[in-house]
Design a protein around this ligand. Structure first.
Ligand SMILES: Cc1ncc(COP(=O)(O)O)c(C=O)c1O
Length: 398
């Protein structure tokens, strides 16, 4: 990967006509450091957020040695890039073949499940082995989340005691895991979910539970979604864990995806055409901007002129269309940029280290993109106490 000072140098030297991902190793390290310092247990990186080899190796080098994988290819990738890593298969619904491969080919012992049927499948596919770690995915409210995940998975709390007691007889260790939903804006969501876990633990005092896994959901910062400081999440989670019966008995896990990697990459795109307040750019919802279209996410943006000079023009809200012929390749924004933005200009779009390139398809032949490494800080950061603004326009750096 080639190194540059920053995205401006990338533009001036390469004049790229394909999207360029600007990877920031320093931002990845800061995020890893925060979680390793502040979470009182094991930090499992949720690989789905960004499985790029340079991200996995970067996190491993920064001290992340535990990984949450959702598929055999993710397990394979971590296995090959991060020697000695502990990998947990945390997808609550898996094919029988995937369970067999994970257990027998990759030595995976920890599996999540959210039903008796899946529990029986895991046990059958691993030869009723006695060395399993079985983590029950509990349904918890996702109401503070911008991207709720509660529709698809989760065992209702009223069924949890019976399933955990069944799992206890079959496994070397059992656990309770949950996900409060991605981009959770209120730290109290973790407290509320842990209170449900506490109720379950109190209802089965003689059943030993080994692991409490609070999942992912930690936020990043976007123009219209500036969450409380990460320190507030730590305070809330510490209190929630302390309120569990006998908190000293459990191994605590968390599974951050977005918050560990969002700031570690931005994408530089080029404007191919302007029509009033619409910019046709060379990346879109089939590329790294899935969430900008389908979820209406607004990302921090910054104009980069290919020639020196810049602009003093006032900011104006723009909408984007991506490069494919499909009209759902549309990102409503608004993305605030100088009002004189024109064809040939470049735009740096921030916070795309999470759920960015990982969503890229080759629909319409537009999969080409480049990755470089840069030294400049991310457009915005949560890993810095100086972040005080929640004004959308201030997060759109011109
Ligand atoms: C089981 C599991 N853990 C962790 C994550 C990561 O979530 P986030 O990126 O919100 O931290 C996800 C996201 O879908 C998930 O499904």
């Amino acid at each position: 990967m080639d190194d540059y000072d920053g995205p401006d140098e990338v533009v001036r030297q390469l004049r790229p006509d394909i999207p360029v991902t600007c990877f920031r190793p320093a931002a990845l390290e800061s995020a890893a450091r925060w979680f390793l310092t502040n979470f009182p247990g094991k930090v499992l990186y949720a690989v789905k957020a960004n499985p790029a080899p340079y991200v996995l190796s970067g996190l491993h080098a920064a001290g992340i040695t535990h990984f949450d994988a959702a598929s055999v290819p993710e397990i394979q990738l971590v296995h090959s890039l991060c020697p000695g890593a502990h990998i947990a298969f945390m997808h609550p619904v898996k094919s029988r073949h995937a369970i067999e491969q994970a257990y027998f080919d990759f030595g995976i012992r920890d599996f999540s499940f959210d039903s008796m049927e899946e529990l029986e499948k895991i046990v059958a596919c691993t030869g009723k082995s006695k060395d399993l770690g079985l983590m029950l995915r509990l349904a918890v409210p996702n109401t503070a989340s911008e991207l709720p995940l509660s529709g698809k998975f989760g065992c209702p709390p009223e069924k949890a005691v019976a399933i955990l007691k069944a799992a206890r007889k079959l496994a070397a260790r059992i656990g309770i895991c949950f996900h409060v939903g991605s981009q959770t804006m209120d730290p109290q969501a973790y407290v509320a979910a842990l209170a449900i876990v506490g109720t379950i633990l109190r209802a089965m005092p003689r059943t030993k539970v080994d692991v409490i896994d609070i999942g992912g959901g930690f936020p990043s910062v976007y123009p219209d979604m500036a969450p409380p400081a990460l320190a507030d999440y730590k305070t809330a989670i510490d209190a929630g864990l302390d309120a569990l019966p006998h908190p000293e008995r459990y191994d605590f896990w968390c599974e951050p995806g977005r918050a560990l990697v969002a700031e570690s990459a931005s994408v530089v795109v080029q404007v191919e055409l302007r029509k009033d307040d619409v910019l046709y750019i060379n990346d879109g919802t089939y590329g790294s901007l899935f969430d900008a279209g389908h979820m209406g996410f607004r990302y921090p943006v910054r104009l980069i002129r290919p020639t020196p000079g810049g602009t003093d023009a006032a900011l104006k809200g723009f909408r984007f269309y991506g490069p494919t012929c499909d009209s759902i390749d549309y990102m409503p924004g608004p993305f605030f940029l100088p009002e004189d933005v024109r064809e040939g200009d470049y735009i740096e779009i921030g916070q795309l280290g999470a759920y960015g390139n990982t969503m890229r398809t080759d629909f319409n032949g537009f999969s080409a993109h480049e990755v470089v490494s840069v030294k400049t800080p991310p457009l915005v950061t949560l890993y810095d106490d100086a972040l005080e603004t929640t004004d959308p326009k201030e997060l759109c750096v011109a």
